[in-house]
Design a protein around this ligand. Sequence first.
Ligand code: IPM
Ligand code: MN
Length: 330
Amino acid sequence: MAHRIGIIGGDGIGPEVLAEALKVIDAAGVAYEPVHYDLGGARYLATGEVLPDAVLAELATLDAILLGAVGTPEVPPGVLERGLLLKMRFALDLYVNHRPFLAPPSALNGGVDMIVIRENTEGSYAGEGGFLRKDTPHEIATQGSVNTRMGVERCVRYAFDLAQSRAARRVHLVHKTNVLTFAGDLWQRTFDIVAREYPDVTTGYDHVDAACIHFVQRPEKYDVIVTDNLFGDILTDLGGAIGGGIGRAASGNLNPARTGPSLFEPVHGSAPDIAGTGVADPRAAIISAAMMLEFLGETDAAARIHEVVRGSDDITGSTSDVGSRIAERV
Ligand code: IPM
Ligand code: MN
């Protein structure tokens, strides 16, 4: 049966890179039924709607969702982030953000082959906090970090399962346990308890600031990294920079329990400054599509796309040239 896939092109370069990802899925011979959604900054500006409940309910019935990018300069910060992206992550319980990084050895380091597993529904993204005495000289703003044993454990467990399936079989916890002594303690204890169930997986721990140095100077020490939502957000932009550029950084927002669809998207944003110029690299969207196919059980097609993209350094040109040439090779 054809997979029913929600397509959210979004804004800026989002629709441009997604069109290339769909070209490549077609070339791989995977049957799917696209269900297109008009969501993002353009819809918000035209109608005031971000993610109507009826649309969210429909998205929940799909097999997977592929998203380009959302955001336009005219929309105030937070509206689309909280109202659309985070709403989908939370409502669809996409509790793992799986972000792979790959790059050959360079003058800087011995090569990158790591996956960051970012907790995706809690931490400082949870929206806990608020204002007191707003707009007065005594204004107070608090923004808490929510860490549940259940939320941390399911994410840590996913990281260990993943590590066990890889050659290096290594997991690092990245946090800031020396300062965040409550949240950090919960993460460290949970990590240690889960680790006992995986005696063949090697474990390590780095503070997030030190991890930033190691990402640049010796990323080869890392295999799987598990970390909280905000640290994971920041670390994965750095991962993009060392892993072949943000143009290749892909992500899967996963519901590993498969109680609903998972959502796949490039790590990059809508880049309004280059929209319409045809210079956006569609590889991050194409790799995201391959990750989606893998999650849907289309393992051969996914492996083929990954292999072609890995060997595509010689392909240059416009967004659609790059997409077409990758599609031809697939
Ligand atoms: C990402 C993005 C999002 C995040 C924003 C756009 C809400 O930066 O996917 O990394 O912070 O998670
Ligand atoms: Mn980010």
